[in-house]
Design a protein around this ligand. Structure first.
Ligand code: PAF
Length: 299
């Protein structure tokens, strides 16, 4: 495994490897089991595995969050080695944003402006889109791997890859969860034991919505109320409980196609997000519509 710090060294390291496939896992470090599941998927499907570690300052809306973000490079490199990474790209901010840097890649519309975009501000997804674009153009991988937990990030990345004709396959891996259901996140380390116990209400609320949907509830207001009741029972006040189209992020009123149920909540000082996708409602056989019409994209 080699570690490179500049785009020029990255390109040199990959020059002779382009005859085979390159898989890429972009991260901000503080690697946990969730990242390892992405690395495993990418390792299995490619000849060369590239990992990037860069805590991207432009996507943080709160300076305190940026300052508190864990930086654990030595441990991350050990994890990367164990996961079979070939090349680690770990640039500093001056390499990614040199003097005079003036370009912003900005995805517009509900996909970037609602939910996380509304709560964290426009700059968040502008920061994500710009750095992901730059990372993809630096690595030029065949496939890039993202976690389904960040469903809106996935949708924004899919949009920018399609709109800018970036020749990369976006692969979305299932959310990695602890045994009690909590979605793995670098931020979980900040939860005090009592906060962690309350945070479980988030996956429980998503399970309650999934169960209600399986029982035939199609009205999204009723499904949202189901989730809010579970959260309220644990004293968790959500920033949002949203039921939206998983590709466009337009709100869904009556469930028919696939629906993304997304929750964001602060537990103590820690902001957590999680989501689940409800499968399309089965149509009666005579409706003329395929019962399981596949929905491209999804999170
Ligand atoms: O998901 C993340 O860790 C980051 O948003 C990403 C994709 C590495 C861009 O900084």
């Amino acid at each position: 495994m080699i570690v490179v710090r500049t785009v020029a060294d990255l390109r040199a390291a990959l020059r002779d490897r382009r005859t085979g496939t390159i898989g890429f896992v972009p991260t901000m470090g503080a690697l946990h089991e969730g990242h390892v599941s992405l690395l495993r998927a990418a390792r299995g499907g490619n000849d060369t595995l590239v990992l990037s570690i860069f805590v991207n300052p432009t996507q943080f809306d709160e300076q305190s969050d940026l300052a508190a973000y864990p930086r654990t490079e030595a441990a991350d490199l050990a994890v990367a080695e164990g996961a079979g990474v070939d090349v680690v790209f770990a640039p500093d901010a001056a390499e990614m944003y040199p003097r005079g840097f003036s370009t912003v890649v900005s995805v517009s519309g509900p996909v970037a402006e609602t939910l996380e975009g509304a709560q964290r501000g426009r700059a968040h997804f502008d920061g994500v889109a710009t750095v992901v674009c730059k990372l993809l153009l630096s690595v030029l991988p065949d496939s890039a791997y993202f976690g389904a937990k960040d469903a809106q990030q996935v949708a924004v990345v899919r949009r920018l890859v399609a709109d800018l004709s970036i020749p990369v396959r976006v692969v979305v891996c299932p959310t990695s969860r602890d045994d009690d259901g909590l979605a793995r996140s670098s931020r979980n380390a900040r939860l005090a034991p009592d906060e962690r116990a309350r945070a479980i209400a988030i996956p429980r609320a998503l399970s309650a919505v999934t169960d209600a949907a399986a029982a035939g509830v199609t009205d999204t207001a009723a499904l949202r109320a189901e989730a809010r009741a579970v959260l309220a029972g644990a004293g968790v006040e959500p920033e949002y409980v949203a039921l939206v189209d998983p590709v466009s992020f337009e709100p869904v009123v009556v469930r028919e196609g696939p629906v993304l149920v997304a929750i964001a909540a602060r537990v103590g000082r820690t902001r957590l997000i999680d989501n689940v996708v409800l499968e399309p409602v089965r149509q009666p056989a005579h409706s003329g519509r395929p019962a399981d019409s596949a929905h491209e994209g999804g999170a």
